[in-house]
Design a protein around this ligand. Structure first.
Ligand code: ADQ
Length: 460
């Protein structure tokens, strides 16, 4: 039951948590943000303001699984410039260590401003006076200030799902002051890790009038709490899927088909240049070439879901990944012993959990990642504490899971050595490592994440 004493929670996020499928019905969308925030919104009977994913045939508002949905309508060209341009070709690469060169295009910035204004207008229209606002992610960094101006006394929270870059990278942005001032409209500004909270506070002190510490800033007589709120998953949902006899039977079938007696190494990603898929494949190839690994002993299963394919870098990444898989299989596969199984598709949750259960080793090796929920999902499904997690030191998750085998994804030799170690880690050691990680995850699930953030907001 929603708690009526609380103020009405309104989330602003780039996308609504639903999409219209081929059957014409609205279905819950996959992805990190939705998986984390939707359960909270259901429990609080909140309102979600976001873009519906298309410009046509959208009701003015409706209720989905107990959550009020308020679609924002954005003209196609403006959305292209805001989402495809400023969000995904400027901010995304810049905030991920400039792995690809960010582009700085003034007309994208204009659309970014106007789209943020549209979202806020829609949100103000959708919510009553007692609303408490929770703005999400890099698409809407101007929204906290716009809300503050419109409703000076309401509470505004902001959470960034992706990394916040160090000062010297953030400095590249021609609109750095405006973005910082946008965020400083919030009462609580949350990040995935402490390092990012510190990056933000330092940037704010350098390029705005804000003063204060890494955890608390002051501007115009307002106090802003800045902190780390590492996002998580709904652990119960993944645990109960992992107990489902049909899911377990399917996991055994996957093992028989791809693994037989081989160790199954699994990787699951959105196909994105930040996720380190190519370097991971190359490290696997090098380990096979050197004889550190053999296709008699192990198999790599790479599941990738295409994303953002309107942006050329994403199509290029997918092409490169597919060429690499072909190259590795061409050289190392033998009949009945495929080196890399590659599945380019979105899997339903039960199927995904079957893969997690079928795996001996999970490879999560992004070049930079805000958190990485795949790592947490894998841990959640390992009810018997089996399984080895190989985790990039550049994923936010590495701050929490120090018992994973931590790797630098750019260290080729280190990656290959860690792969070799992972498939032959003594059982007792892997059980001990996983048990500690599971304890940590169970203590910090998504409900705890949201409660902690919202409590901080209520106290602000
Ligand atoms: P993402 O970059 O999307 O999220 P991640 O945290 O790994 O990255 O979440 C991906 C989600 O998509 C997971 O729930 C995973 O199960 C799902 N997924 C991936 N491939 C899939 C497939 N082939 N089939 C089905 N499901 C698949 C952003 C940030 C992250 C941050 C999250 C949440 O980039 O750093 O952890 O938001 O804050």
């Amino acid at each position: 039951m929603p708690d009526r004493r609380r103020s009405h929670l309104v989330v602003l996020a780039n996308r609504l948590p639903v999409h219209r499928a081929g059957d014409g019905e609205w279905h819950t969308s996959p992805g990190g943000l939705v998986g984390a925030v939707l359960p909270i919104m259901k429990a609080r009977a909140g309102t979600w303001v976001g873009w519906p994913g298309s410009t046509s045939r959208t009701p003015s508002s409706w209720t989905h699984e107990g959550v009020r949905l308020s679609p924002v309508s954005v003209p196609e060209r403006e959305m292209d410039e805001h989402y495809g341009g400023m969000s995904n070709r400027t901010l995304w690469p810049l905030f991920h260590d400039a792995i690809r060169a960010p582009e700085f295009e003034p007309k994208w910035w204009d659309s970014y401003e106007s789209t943020n204004e549209r979202f806020v207008r829609r949100a103000l229209h959708a919510a009553g006076k007692r609303a408490q606002w929770w703005v999400h992610d890099y698409h809407l960094m101007l929204a906290p200030r716009l809300l503050r101006v419109a409703r000076p006394y309401s509470r505004v929270g902001f959470f960034l799902h992706i990394p916040f870059p160090p000062e010297e990278l953030f400095a590249w942005l021609p609109w750095r002051r405006q973005l910082l001032e946008g965020l400083l409209g919030a009462d609580v500004v949350g990040f995935q890790t402490h390092a990012e909270a510190r990056n933000f506070s330092r940037a704010a002190r350098r390029w705005t009038r804000a003063e204060g510490t890494d955890h608390e800033l002051q501007i115009d007589d307002r106090r802003i709490r800045v902190g780390a709120f590492p996002i998580s998953i709904d652990v119960d949902v993944f645990e109960s899927a992992a107990r489902d006899p049909a899911v377990i039977a399917r996991a055994q079938q996957i093992r028989r088909r791809v693994g037989a007696r081989r160790r199954v190494i699994l990787a699951v990603d959105r196909i994105d240049y930040t996720k380190g898929i190519e370097l991971r494949l190359e490290a696997f190839e090098a380990a096979l070439a050197r004889g550190d690994l053999s296709t008699d002993r192990c198999v790599l299963v790479q599941i990738g879901v295409p994303s953002r394919e309107a942006t050329p870098e994403y199509v290029e990444t997918r092409d490169r990944v597919e060429r690499l898989v072909g190259r590795i299989n061409g050289q190392f596969s033998t009949p009945g012993r495929v080196a890399v199984h590659y599945f380019r598709r979105q899997l339903p949750r039960e199927e995904l959990v079957s893969y997690y259960l079928a795996a001996d080793v999970m490879l999560v090796t992004p070049l930079r990642d805000g958190m990485n929920l795949v790592a947490k999902e894998f841990i959640a499904t390992r009810l018997d504490n089996s399984g080895v997690l190989v985790l990039s030191e550049f994923a936010g998750a590495a701050e929490q899971f120090r018992r994973a085998l931590i790797v630098n994804p750019r260290d080729f030799a280190g990656m290959a050595a860690t792969l070799k170690r992972a498939i032959s880690l003594p059982h007792r050691e892997s059980i001990m490592r996983m048990a500690i990680m599971r304890m940590m995850l169970r203590r910090h699930d998504v409900h705890e994440w949201a409660e902690t953030f919202l409590q901080a907001l209520e106290r602000a």
